[in-house]
Write a protein that binds this ligand. Structure first.
Ligand SMILES: [Zn+2]
Length: 84
């Protein structure tokens, strides 16, 4: 178990925040807005508590049943452009 209120990655302080979560499911990108999380003030790593994590796992299995709030266009770049 991680020590409460400290980031596993950098040891930074965590603060409670509402965050957007990006999910990648079989090459599909989904975004869930306004999830409660602990966010590291230093590196921005997000931590969800067990209850929220379980809900997210459940959502991943059944997200097709839900109606999205909206769709946003996502730009896709070639790795070649990144490596230029
Ligand atoms: Zn951190």
């Amino acid at each position: 178990m991680r020590k409460k209120d400290l980031c596993d990655l950098c040891g930074g302080e965590l603060e409670h925040k509402s965050v957007d979560l990006e999910l990648h499911i079989k090459k599909k990108l989904l975004i869930c807005e306004g999830l409660p999380a602990e966010v590291c003030k230093q590196c921005g790593e997000k931590y969800f508590d067990a209850k929220v994590s379980a809900k997210i796992d459940e959502f991943i299995k059944e997200y097709q049943k839900e109606k999205p709030l909206r769709y946003i266009p996502v730009p896709v770049f070639s790795g070649d452009v990144v490596l230029e």
